[in-house]
Ligand binder design. Structure first.
Ligand SMILES: CC(C)(COP(=O)(O)OP(=O)(O)OC[C@H]1O[C@@H](n2cnc3c(N)ncnc32)[C@H](O)[C@@H]1OP(=O)(O)O)[C@@H](O)C(=O)NCCC(=O)NCCS
Length: 219
């Protein structure tokens, strides 16, 4: 058990995801000013329900350092190539690795041997691509001036690929406030399916707000 806690499986993962206009990479302390510039917004704090408002340098630093300590979190800085600015963050969080199941394969022996001819050979191998029960949550935000330019649509398909092929999860989950139409449309654009509405799930700005859960399953 102790050993399991010490292993940081994130160290085995690719650290960058590159698309046409964006690089997703680990956030570093030098990103603090960009995060404050783009993340210090009251409505953004409400919509993400995790970003503090105001978002000052100290809080931005915490967001960066959290990525080093929380092994269930893979936090990417959304780095815009053209002006070299970190315009937001994309999280894959609550990463639950599934069980990689040994499967028995039966096959005929390759070498012709009278002794082996009568029986099939069995060998245990590990499924390369399935991790039963594995899942991860996705979350994202970008600064106001960068919204509605297709940036997050550009990276989401790559992130989906990363979650299924590198994290080997079976399911990607998202939870969105009922009044966050942009995020709902974004998820639906990439075939996430609504699974439930939780009335009054979050307590924000002094009132209870409903959330909608979405899922995308490995094909
Ligand atoms: C949600 C968010 C990440 C979308 O990023 P984006 O780069 O602006 O999104 P895109 O430009 O790629 O648009 C993707 C789709 O979302 C929908 N969309 C985006 N902004 C929208 C808006 N203001 N109103 C309605 N639909 C919107 C559209 O359907 C769009 O697809 P289309 O242009 O093909 O019609 C961004 O609006 C944001 O950072 N919002 C605040 C934080 C947030 O809500 N995070 C999610 C918490 S669950």
């Amino acid at each position: 058990m102790k050993l399991k806690n010490k292993i940081d499986f994130r160290e085995t993962l690719p650290t960058e995801i590159v698309s046409e206009r964006i690089i997703l990479r680990k956030p570093i302390l030098k990103d603090v000013n960009d995060l404050v510039k783009n993340g210090n917004e009251k409505e953004l704090s409400y919509l993400t329900y995790y970003l503090p408002y105001p978002l000052n340098k100290k809080e931005a630093e915490k967001l960066i350092l959290e990525n080093q300590t929380n092994k269930e979190l893979i936090r990417f800085a959304i780095f815009l190539k053209k002006n070299k600015e970190v315009i937001g963050l994309l999280d894959l969080h609550n990463w639950k690795r599934g069980e990689t199941t040994p499967v028995l394969h039966s096959h005929q022996p390759q070498v012709s041997s009278p002794r082996l001819h009568t029986s099939k050979q069995f060998s245990a191998t590990f499924l390369q691509n399935a991790s039963a029960g594995g899942k991860v949550k996705i979350g994202y935000w970008i600064g106001k001036e960068y919204r509605r330019k297709g940036y997050v649509s550009e990276i989401v398909p790559k992130v989906i690929e990363y979650a299924f092929n590198e994290l080997k999860v079976e399911k990607i989950i998202a939870k969105v406030l009922i009044d966050n139409i942009a995020s709902q449309k974004l998820l639906e654009k990439f075939n996430f399916v609504k699974t439930k509405i939780v009335p009054g799930d979050k307590f924000l700005d002094g009132k209870r707000v409903d959330t909608i859960s979405y899922e995308l399953n490995r094909k």
